[in-house]
Design a protein around this ligand. Structure first.
Ligand code: 5AD
Ligand code: SF4
Length: 459
């Protein structure tokens, strides 16, 4: 008998990947994914704990899910509600105390135990927030070809989880645990399966992805740069990306991979958080402003067209106007293609939560100034592309008839009027117009036809 599964992801792309893997693992149990919670038999909220707002969102959503569950019960339908992800890990049984409608609480390291937990949930509440010794990835089911195709031509693979850096603002080392890397052979096999199902672009994920040190077949630890070389050899895989990196772990191998691998896209998310040495030290970031700027310089030498993005935190405890001015100056020096910025949010159990906080009004004001600068930089970056031609990987149908949408090497969506047969293919597009978050273009003359697969991957 088929049952319906609704999974909602919050927060980072790692949660999106995990949500897919939970669905894959529940598929052999008869669960089929549905796009709305209204007719679901099992609702999973895959949550984020990184900032207070993200965590609180979950409880308001749970309130709505409780109403759905009560309505279904009146019609004789049993609906189970599960909370997964980092809120589950951080708050555990407390979630059920706050919201009785929740049946399961499952931490990110225990997803492979979901089928078993569902059986337990028939008898009462089921909670699992352990950090088990077995590798969950070895137990999570692989997606079927059909499931992969439905998810599109760009896919994620988690290659590393957890973090040992202990930045003083961050909950990740507590919710995701110590750093663990998956072995090279397993990742290559997963990439191969994705490629066989038509995937053309793979983004490697990890909370601290460039700290990757998975075991290679010779028993030694492989670097992320080395893993990239292996993945670039897989026929069909035309684009590689990785996310999120720590400046300290940007090693020579990885910088060389940016120089040597055309498949490694020229876009790098390299969060700096602050431009002030004093604040970087208080954040326990293990690098200075000068280290970061030198690194950007080295990367640009390796790959001159590399575009950078970053995360910034404003109003970290102790941040003065001068510290903040240092952040704005660093931004101007680097010239980012885009950036995310956040007000500091104290997270229970992290060292910075106990320090004297910057008043909210100052945080708000700094955030606005930073965001205005980010918008200016982003607009300057985008406008430089008018008239240029670059490869676009087409992913799906567009909003208008006859239109398909792809992504530029720099991740912007590019809607183009072109045949649907180009979906899954890479073709050069000339940019004619720039919108805030997308680039409008036309297929370049030379390639009104799809680039054959073998050519596109350089095979
Ligand atoms: N407050 C504000 N922003 C935070 N981030 C992580 N923890 C916090 C916090 N406590 C931001 C960092 C990180 C991004 C994923 O979220 O900038 O890079
Ligand atoms: Fe959190 Fe990233 Fe710092 Fe790790 S490196 S503690 S995930 S901000």
């Amino acid at each position: 008998m088929t049952k319906k599964l609704y999974v909602k992801s919050y927060g980072c792309q790692m949660n999106v990947y995990d949500s897919h893997r939970m669905a894959d693992t529940l598929a052999p149990e008869g669960f089929v994914e549905t796009a709305t919670p209204d007719d679901a038999d099992l609702i999973i909220l895959n949550t984020c704990h990184i900032r207070e707002k993200a965590a609180e969102k979950v409880y308001s959503e749970l309130g709505r899910m409780r109403v759905l569950k009560q309505e279904a019960a009146l019609q004789g339908r049993d609906v189970k509600i599960a909370v997964a992800g980092c809120v589950a890990q951080a708050e555990g049984a407390e979630i059920i105390r706050r919201e009785r409608a929740v049946d399961l609480v499952v931490g990110p390291q225990s997803y492979h135990r979901l089928p078993d937990m569902l059986k337990r949930a028939e008898q009462g509440k089921a909670i699992d927030t352990e950090f088990p010794v077995e590798d969950k990835f070895a137990h999570l089911a692989a997606p079927s070809h059909a499931a992969t195709r439905k998810r599109g031509v760009s896919a994620f693979i988690t290659v590393q989880e957890g973090c040992d850096k202990f930045c003083t603002f961050c909950v990740v080392p507590y919710t995701r645990g110590a750093e663990v890397s998956r072995p090279v052979a397993r990742i290559v096999a997963e990439a191969q399966r994705l490629a066989d199902a038509g995937v053309r672009e793979i983004t490697l994920l990890g909370q601290n992805v460039n700290a990757y040190h998975g075991e290679d077949s010779d028993g030694h630890a492989a670097t992320l740069g080395c893993l990239m070389h292996r993945l670039a050899e897989i026929p069909g895989i035309a684009r590689l990306r990785y996310f999120t990196s720590h400046p300290r772990d940007m090693d020579d191998d990885l910088i060389a991979a940016h120089r040597d691998l055309p498949a490694l896209m020229p876009q790098l998310h390299l969060p700096v958080q602050s431009g002030s040495d004093r604040i970087l030290e208080a954040m326990n970031r293990h690098h200075t402003r000068a280290d970061y700027l030198r690194l950007i310089e080295r990367l640009r030498r390796a790959r001159p067209d590399l575009a950078f993005s970053s995360d910034f935190i404003v109003g970290f405890p102790g941040e003065t106007e001068d510290d903040f001015a240092d952040t704005l100056r660093l931004m101007a020096e680097v010239g980012y293609a885009s950036a995310f910025s956040f007000k500091y949010s104290p997270r229970p159990g992290t060292p910075a939560a106990d320090l004297d906080q910057v008043p909210e009004a100052a945080q708000d004001e700094r955030l606005q100034r930073l965001q205005a600068d980010i918008e200016r930089q982003q607009a300057a970056f985008m406008s430089a592309y008018v008239g240029q031609t670059f490869d676009v990987l087409f992913e799906k149908h567009g909003r208008h008839p006859g239109q398909i949408v792809g992504r530029s090497p720099y991740l912007q969506p590019v809607p183009v009027v072109a045949p649907a047969s180009l979906i899954g293919e890479i073709a050069p597009v000339t940019i004619t117009e720039v919108r805030t978050n997308s680039l409008i273009g036309t297929l370049a003359q030379a390639s009104r036809q799809a680039v054959p697969l073998a050519e596109a991957v350089g095979a």
